[in-house]
Design a protein around this ligand. Structure first.
Ligand code: GDP
Ligand code: ZN
Length: 523
């Protein structure tokens, strides 16, 4: 798009497609007085709703409604904005839109430099992009608008409102100001190399840097929580056919969604359901029954289902590996579980926590009660609850589950495969579901928040991680044995740049484009 096109006036229907009581057409441009005169037949008082006809070229009313003029710069975009509230029918709104374009075209025909020349349909997010470019809001606030519209839980919506009001940006700015203060000091000293050491002592540079890192740490924690609220958590329910995966999904969702049957292998496709736990969106995916990769009995359709299941599992934040307590007497069944467990361990690309859910506790084998019970069924066995916030399986002794009834090779493979967290429940009666929900929250690192979460995005988390990296490297350059102030100064500069990318002070155009293009049209 040429610069002229980028800056051209824009118009869009800003209300959702379809029929509604009211529909809104919004125009933004440098000077809309010509359009207002043609449409409304008079000028409008600033920011006052005026009822009247919206006229077509012949002076006849297309519709009657409210027109509001927001003269620049006191508008959403910072430009001249006109909002027409008409009846919310697609045809009426389309007529109004077409009429705006025609008025602009007629004015441009008389005067190619007319401020309405080039009026065109707005692209997704373009009104908000103009608001950003005109400093009406920063990038994090602009993103919060989209996140508010997309919010899937009340908690996410409230947090987006907080970000929109600037709660997140203010903290970013606070950190930025402290960073700038330090940079100023460091750069002033660069010109006097012989004084570097004195300077570092005199101004307590190491302490200042330590303080910055602590401030950053707090912001990173909050930002991760905010991102969790926005992105939610992907949880995959895996396990053999008929162990109760669909039942567990339904129990978590509280409604009948996946098809539950007692014929093995019915859930051939992937069923996805979004629920929430304490406001954290949880995307639960029920996978096709996993028979284990080396199983000859799976048919072609099932093989595709299994492939999809694995691709979901590989992207999960946590895996719920279901076991059937009523089938623990069945050695072949247990061997299957062990194989799936091994495969999970091998294929999970990172340290995705695996929760072993021992289902059908209400109808468990007496044998499983008596034997398996010794390890994992005597009360709920939850190692994760003792090691928060983010248990790192590699860093801890693996929680092992050994079936006392199993012998030989099978026992060895089960013991290594079934590592992770263990939980006993009944999808049928709901016993143990509360514990499962709490465990999931802890696994993603959700901290119970009374108030004050702001919404954030993965992009923000990454930017803060980059800031963290630069500050750590800056600290290395003020170690007593190796002071390198110029290198430190450079790291501080990079840290500030990474920080500024959050609010959009230094943000590449293509990133801006990709952010705004995900907005809805008319926003
Ligand atoms: P999936 O193939 O793993 O999705 O298993 P389903 O959810 O379709 O359940 C298979 C069968 O096990 C159904 O008959 C369910 O009613 C039954 N089932 C599931 N969970 C429980 C449970 O907690 N207790 C009992 N007694 N039966 C269950
Ligand atoms: Zn199922």
């Amino acid at each position: 798009m040429s610069l002229a096109q980028q800056q051209a006036p824009i118009v869009a229907v800003t209300t959702a497609p379809g029929k509604g009581a009211v529909g809104v057409v919004r125009v933004s441009g440098r000077d809309l007085s010509g359009l207002i005169a043609a449409l409304c037949g008079r000028s409008l008082r600033a920011r006052e709703a005026t009822y009247g006809p919206f006229r077509d070229a012949g002076g006849e009313a297309i519709d009657h409604g409210l027109a509001i003029h927001f003269p620049a710069p006191h508008s959403y975009t910072g430009e001249d904005v006109l909002e027409l509230q008409a009846h919310g029918g697609p045809v009426v709104l389309q007529l109004l839109l077409t009429r705006c374009l025609a008025v602009a075209q007629a004015l441009a025909a008389q005067d190619a430099r007319h401020p309405l020349a080039g009026l065109r349909l707005a692209q997704p997010g373009e009104f908000t992009q103009r608001a950003f470019l005109n400093d009406k809001l920063d990038l994090a606030q602009a993103e919060a608008i989209a996140d508010l519209i997309d919010a899937s839980t009340e908690q996410a919506a409230r947090s987006a409102t907080r970000s929109l009001a600037g709660a997140f940006s203010q903290q970013v700015h606070g950190l930025r100001d402290h960073l700038i203060a330090l940079r100023t000091l460091v750069e002033a000293t660069l010109d006097f190399p012989e004084e570097e050491i004195d300077f570092i002592e005199a101004y307590g540079v190491r302490d200042t840097l330590g303080g910055l890192l602590a401030e950053l740490d707090g912001l990173q924690r909050q930002t991760r929580q905010g991102a969790l609220l926005r992105e939610g958590m992907q949880v995959v329910i895996a396990g053999q056919p008929n162990v109760g995966k669909s039942s567990l999904l339904n129990a978590l969702a509280g409604e009948e969604l996946a098809i539950v049957t007692s014929i093995a292998g019915t859930t051939r496709d992937v069923v996805r359901q979004s629920i929430q736990i304490e406001g954290v969106p949880l995307h639960v995916i029920d996978t096709a029954g996993l028979r284990g990769a080396h199983e000859g009995e799976a048919d072609a359709v099932e093989a595709i289902g299994m492939q999809r299941a694995w691709s979901q599992i590989e992207r999960a934040d946590a895996v719920l590996f279901l076991h059937d307590l009523t089938r623990q007497h069945d050695a072949a069944h247990r061997a299957h579980d062990a194989r799936i467990g091994t495969e999970l361990t091998q294929r999970l690309p990172r340290q995705v926590p695996v929760v072993h859910v021992w289902n059908k506790a209400d109808a468990a084998d007496p044998a499983a009660q008596a034997q398996g019970a010794a390890e994992h069924t005597s009360g709920i066995h939850q190692p994760a609850l003792e090691t928060q916030p983010q248990p790192d399986p590699a860093a801890q002794p693996a929680e092992q589950l050994a079936h006392t009834t199993t012998v030989g090779a099978a026992q060895a493979s089960e013991a290594t495969a079934l590592t992770g967290h263990h939980l006993r429940l009944s999808a049928k009666t709901g016993a143990g579901l509360t514990e499962l929900r709490q465990l999931l929250l802890r696994l993603v690192g959700w901290e119970k928040q009374a108030e004050g979460v702001f919404i954030a995005r993965a992009r923000h988390v990454q930017a803060l991680d980059a800031v963290h990296g630069h500050l750590l490297r800056a600290a290395e350059h003020v170690q007593p044995q190796a002071v390198m102030l110029d290198l430190m100064a450079e790291e501080l500069r990079l840290a500030q740049q990474a920080l500024a990318s959050i609010t959009g002070e230094f943000t590449a155009d293509d990133l801006l484009g990709s952010i705004f293009s995900t907005f809805c049209i008319g926003k």
